[in-house]
Design a protein around this ligand. Structure first.
Ligand code: HEC
Ligand code: HEC
Ligand code: HEC
Ligand code: HEC
Ligand code: HEC
Ligand code: HEC
Length: 439
């Protein structure tokens, strides 16, 4: 009887372990399910129609859309409001009137969207997760949260869990053998403890033990290596994007975004096409417009006043009467001094879009961040894969290269082979030569 009892007691321990294992697998495997199709649709319509004034999760010109369904529950028809907010206020709904008054009576213009579109938008906003985080979790985990990121790590976790099960089974065996010893009138073996059991298992299974140790060492080294490689690297998929604060809350989505003012990048970064540096505009460039515009939708007069302070502009007398104090912007992108990089080469000659290297500045960056890693591997990668259209190009620079290659004597096969498939990568033109990028 006591044997059965003890076995039962022991196996509840085992069950506990199995339960933990199942729990871990379930909780880590399945994050809250969301309907990705509706979410994506909502995001698209939101960005096209609402993003000029709303953010899903933060107040901008209009309030955060997240939670609106809840706020309006039982107080009014949100669909009617969105399609024609002023009309709906006139229909006499008190809550609609209150929302309007709470927002300084800024008018939300009528929106040409269907009920289905609105439902998708509201769904998107309620489940909104910032780019990078997985939508669906109500409080998106910070990007740095420890989560197994590779198959390797999953393998290791599974291995460790199996080990736990094995050790528990070992415990059951220990109990059984003690029960047998007891029957034979011998003293029970003292319990070994977890570490003791691992040692005994390793002693009996030397082959497997060394494989396990080897795997642990390899895994540790890979982690170390990855860590070392990320030191000093910002941007890219894996590292945090560098995003220093700025003296003025200048918003690229508002100024450069197609839905908003849609100012051309080179209106302000005029160096990009004709020199190494794209350049940061002086406050005088801002004043082309801000002599007239002294108030913004999100920050009122507070931020634009700083432009006036920098230029010595007095908005009451409309004259430049005060002292000038240049704005000191914080650098976001910064290559080391030993690297040569030219915007002109890439923008004017290579015809590469700013966004390819700087990310969605005009659509997502209310504050500029370093989007790509700017490592040497990043430069080389693009040079290796990007083709330049040399033949038939109306680009004088390439015409010249094509002429020279075509005139290369047949003996110099090395150069002529570039022309055989009419495909030339930046690398073949010398984009991998150390001296092109290093002083
Ligand atoms: C031109 C700016 C603008 C655009 C575009 C805009 N809104 Fe608004 N929205 C506002 C303002 C401002 C308010 C605050 C109420 C008011 O003053 O009328 C508001 C209020 C709202 C509210 C009420 C929020 C609450 O908490 O009660 C919802 C919901 C909403 N907007 C959804 C949308 C959707 C969906 C779209 C796109 C289809 C959209 N808005 C487009 C400016 C805008
Ligand atoms: C109205 C002027 C203006 C326009 C238009 C503009 N920018 Fe800017 N940009 C600035 C100012 C001012 C800064 C410096 C402050 C900051 O970093 O936010 C800046 C900073 C940047 C930086 C970071 C520079 C650094 O420190 O490394 C990048 C990259 C950039 N802009 C790209 C773009 C792109 C791409 C566009 C077009 C989609 C664009 N800008 C349009 C004014 C402008
Ligand atoms: C081509 C015209 C133009 C130029 C150039 C321009 N702005 Fe603006 N800016 C505007 C307009 C228009 C608004 C107001 C938008 C609105 O009310 O919807 C604005 C708004 C702002 C705001 C308020 C934003 C908010 O959400 O409250 C700030 C701050 C600002 N600009 C800074 C700058 C700085 C700094 C520069 C120069 C680097 C600059 N602007 C250059 C047209 C311009
Ligand atoms: C091939 C990649 C690439 C393209 C395309 C590119 N940039 Fe850059 N950009 C860089 C790199 C790399 C730096 C950092 C340069 C440094 O630190 O010397 C940089 C820096 C900047 C800066 C900081 C100040 C400066 O003058 O260097 C601004 C502003 C900027 N870029 C704007 C732009 C704009 C606007 C465009 C499009 C017209 C553009 N860039 C296109 C890679 C690129
Ligand atoms: C998105 C792709 C892309 C990235 C990223 C990129 N480049 Fe380039 N690069 C090009 C293209 C395309 C050309 C060809 C333009 C031409 O014909 O000269 C080029 C040409 C060059 C050249 C001239 C090569 C020659 O043969 O004369 C230099 C130097 C250069 N890049 C440096 C860099 C550096 C440094 C970086 C990283 C900080 C970088 N590039 C990142 C696309 C890229
Ligand atoms: C297309 C441009 C490009 C070419 C070609 C290139 N490099 Fe680099 N290199 C870079 C950039 C950009 C960095 C800066 C990376 C950073 O700061 O993370 C760099 C950094 C380095 C560093 C310093 C390492 C560090 O961590 O700062 C060394 C050493 C180096 N390169 C050597 C070479 C050698 C040798 C070659 C030729 C085989 C070469 N590079 C070719 C762009 C280039």
């Amino acid at each position: 009887m006591s044997l059965v009892f003890r076995l039962l007691k022991r196996s509840t321990g085992l069950l506990g372990h199995v339960a933990i294992l199942a729990f871990l697998l379930i909780t880590t495997g399945a994050s809250a399910q969301i309907d990705q199709e509706v979410y994506d649709k909502g995001e698209k319509i939101f960005k096209a129609n609402c993003a000029a004034c709303h953010k899903p999760d933060k107040d901008m010109t209009g309030p955060a859309v997240k939670g609106a369904t809840q706020r309006w529950e039982g107080k009014g028809d949100l669909h009617e409001w969105i399609r024609n907010s002023q009309g709906y206020i006139k229909s006499g709904n008190p809550y609609a009137k209150q929302v309007f008054e709470d927002h300084n009576k800024i008018i939300m213009p009528p929106q040409a969207v269907s009920n289905e579109d609105i439902d998708a938008i509201l769904y998107y906003a309620d489940n909104y997760a910032p780019a990078g985080a997985k939508p669906g979790t109500t409080a998106p985990a910070p990007e740095t949260a420890a989560q197994p990121s590779s198959n390797w790590e999953w393998l290791l976790i599974t291995g460790l869990l199996l080990l736990v099960v094995l050790l528990s089974l070992g415990g059951v065996r220990h109990q059984l053998s003690n029960a047998v010893r007891e029957k034979q009138g011998l003293n029970p073996e003292p319990p070994l403890g977890t570490w003791g059991r691992i040692k005994r298992w390793a002693g009996r299974n030397k082959g497997w033990a060394s494989v396990a140790v080897l795997l642990l060492v390899v895994w540790g080294s890979v982690l170390c290596w990855n860590f070392l490689f990320r030191i000093g690297v910002y941007g890219g998929d894996k590292a945090e994007h560098y995003k220093p604060s700025q003296p003025i809350n200048y918003d690229h989505t508002l100024h450069a975004g197609a839905d908003n003012l849609a100012i051309n990048c080179q209106y302000c970064h005029s160096g990009a096409e004709k020199s190494r540096h794209a350049g940061i505009p002086s406050a005088n460039v801002c004043m082309n417009c801000h002599q007239a515009v002294s108030e913004g939708p999100a920050t009122g007069t507070a931020e634009i006043a700083k432009i006036y302070e920098a230029t010595g502009w007095d908005p009451t007398t409309m004259t430049y009467s005060g002292p000038e104090k240049p704005i000191v912007w914080n650098k976001v992108h910064n290559l080391p001094d030993h690297v040569y990089f030219s915007h002109e080469q890439h923008v004017a000659v290579g015809k590469i879009e700013c966004q390819e290297c700087h990310g969605p500045v005009d659509t997502e960056m209310d504050q500029v961040q370093q989007w790509t890693p700017l490592t040497m591997a990043w430069c080389l990668d693009c040079h290796n894969t990007t083709e330049v259209t040399v033949a038939g190009s109306d680009n004088g620079y390439y015409k010249e290269i094509h002429r020279r290659l075509a005139e290369t004597p047949m003996g110099q096969r090395e150069l002529r082979k570039y022309l055989e498939d009419e495909k030339i990568t930046v690398r073949e033109l010398g984009g991998w030569e150390c001296a092109k990028c290093h002083y």
